[in-house]
Design a protein around this ligand. Structure first.
Ligand SMILES: [Zn+2]
Length: 287
């Protein structure tokens, strides 16, 4: 009697485990994409430094399996503190803003190109940005000079701006690598497809667009097609535009990993890591 009960229990137990395995298999398409990330859009400004130390930032990145992180700061030299904490992980990007106000007026500052060139001469900057610029300011001489400096010093540009701005950049620098932050100001799949076709060195960072590309967590059909068609041109980023965003870092990377997991694994790998790694020569330099 006791033996029978035990056998029944064992059977029931295995049936229970089996049903779990079955459920887990059913959910395979939505298991989390867990491999390392290359984040191309992070800010670490003075306001953040006062609250979150460089050591804490590095531990946030490690905890979330961010292998490489492109980070810019305001004022620009500040990111060096973070770089010194983890030189094998932080990819320093030269910002051009000293203060928050500079974000909307930098292109009027005639001395800016001189300062940017002095910083680039010192070396060790791997990218230039993020530059906020819109169609109405796209022909400002300061902006044009900054584009030329990016070409001369061979640093990719990160642009937060309108489609017309991208046209301006490529009229000056037809072969320059550019990352279009947040998929641009009008992130429509068909518009992006046009731009990616037109400019072969244009790349797109998908930071802050998670809800648009995957409403309610499910990757939309037009984005799925776009990401597959131009799988070598997209990159991911958390964009820590505020200290609060650093505090929510886990949540944002979980969202990113969730939509990445709905893509074929090789495509997800390109977008999560390989495309940025290729443009910024990280793994190649580490060897
Ligand atoms: Zn940003």
């Amino acid at each position: 009697m006791i033996n029978t009960i035990t056998t029944d229990n064992v059977r029931r137990f295995f049936a229970f485990v089996q049903s779990f395995v079955f459920l887990w298999l059913l959910q395979l398409p939505t298991i989390v994409f867990a491999t390392p990330l290359f984040d191309v859009h992070l800010h670490y400004n003075q306001a953040d430094v006062d609250v979150v130390s460089p050591a804490e930032i590095v531990s946030i990145l490690k905890r979330n399996k961010v292998r490489y992180a492109v980070v810019t700061s305001r004022p620009p030299e500040l990111v060096r503190q973070l770089y010194q904490q983890a030189p094998d992980m932080i990819v320093p990007m030269l910002g051009v803003y000293q203060t928050l106000e500079d974000k909307s007026r930098w292109y009027k500052d005639k001395d800016l190109p001189k300062r940017v060139e002095a910083a680039l001469k010192k070396g060790s900057w791997k990218a230039l940005g993020e530059l906020h610029i819109f169609a109405a300011q796209r022909n400002q001489p300061v902006f044009r000079k900054i584009i030329q400096l990016a070409v001369d010093y061979q640093v990719p540009l990160i642009i937060h701006g309108d489609p017309a701005v991208i046209d301006t950049v490529y009229s000056i620098a037809p072969n320059h690598p550019v990352i279009w932050a947040h998929a641009g100001t009008f992130p429509y799949a068909d518009l992006l497809a046009d731009y990616l076709k037109r400019y072969p060195r244009l790349h797109v960072d998908l930071s802050v667009r998670d809800d648009r590309i995957a409403p309610g967590g499910k990757l939309s059909d037009d984005w799925y097609t776009l990401l597959l068609t131009f799988s070598d041109r997209f990159m991911i980023g958390v964009d820590t535009y505020s200290t609060g965003r650093w505090k929510r870092f886990e949540l944002v990377t979980a969202k990113i990993r969730h939509w990445l997991s709905q893509l074929p694994p090789d495509i997800a790998q390109q977008i999560a890591f390989d495309n940025a790694d290729k443009m910024l020569h990280r793994s190649a330099n580490a060897r």
